[in-house]
Design a protein around this ligand. Structure first.
Ligand code: SAH
Length: 201
């Protein structure tokens, strides 16, 4: 995975590569899919949701440049895989999931594997998590129609947020990197992606 899927496609940050090497993706998959863990694609998990393609996980992680002292916020815990990768690179990870079965399962998997600096919160991630804001890192793993204002508000000075934004029905989404510098929030587009939708409420 490291040599064939990640390094040739723009993942250059050695800490990110090490984190991807450390986290066993098969442990985050349902038993029938474990044999497919190192294929270069997203896979179905419970509740009609997906675990993202390893390359997309790695590129999104690299884009938010997590630092050892950072607290990271993820929206859309899903299987917990992305949160586990972030947890190797940050002090603490808070990941929000709106599907109770997934939140419970992700929490149990992360605990079983010893990722003790990850907290799975059940709720609507479009509201962020005011409790531990502001965040230097925000990673949204589902596609938004519009960038939720709460997430912009909870982005720390010099913070980085990646979020897939819908561009139109049937079209790939635009993965954007938002940064806050001197109070001003700006973004640039990274690459097209396909994520399940962010469902608010
Ligand atoms: N990061 C995950 C993949 C996420 S798939 C992994 O590594 O496996 C996207 C997830 O976002 C789904 O589990 C979906 O239930 C969740 N989701 C969608 N809308 C949400 C919302 N408003 N708040 C929290 N989670 C949400």
């Amino acid at each position: 995975m490291i040599a064939e899927q990640l390094q040739p496609h723009g993942v250059t940050d050695v800490r990110v590569l090490q984190a991807m090497a450390d986290v066993p993706r098969e442990e985050f998959l349902p038993p029938r899919l474990k044999g497919h863990a190192y294929e270069d694609r997203a896979l179905g998990i419970e509740c009609g949701q997906t675990i993202s393609q390893p390359l997309v996980v790695a590129l999104m992680t690299q884009a938010v440049a997590p630092q050892p002292d950072d607290v990271a916020l993820e929206v859309g815990a899903g299987s917990g895989y992305q949160a586990a990768v972030l947890s190797r690179l940050c002090r603490r990870v808070i990941t929000i999931e709106r599907e109770p079965a997934l939140a419970e399962h992700a929490g149990a998997t992360l605990k079983r594997l010893g990722y003790e600096n990850v907290e799975v919160v059940l709720g609507d991630g479009s509201l962020g998590s005011a409790r531990s804001a502001l965040y230097p890192v925000i990673l949204v793993a589902c596609a938004a129609r519009e960038v939720p204002p709460a997430l912009i508000e909870q982005l720390a000075e010099a913070g980085r947020m990646v979020i897939p934004v819908e561009t139109g029905a049937g079209q790939p989404q635009d993965l954007r990197l938002y940064t806050r510098a001197a109070e001003e929030v700006t973004y640039r587009s990274l690459f097209p992606v396909l994520f399940v939708p962010l469902r608010t409420g």
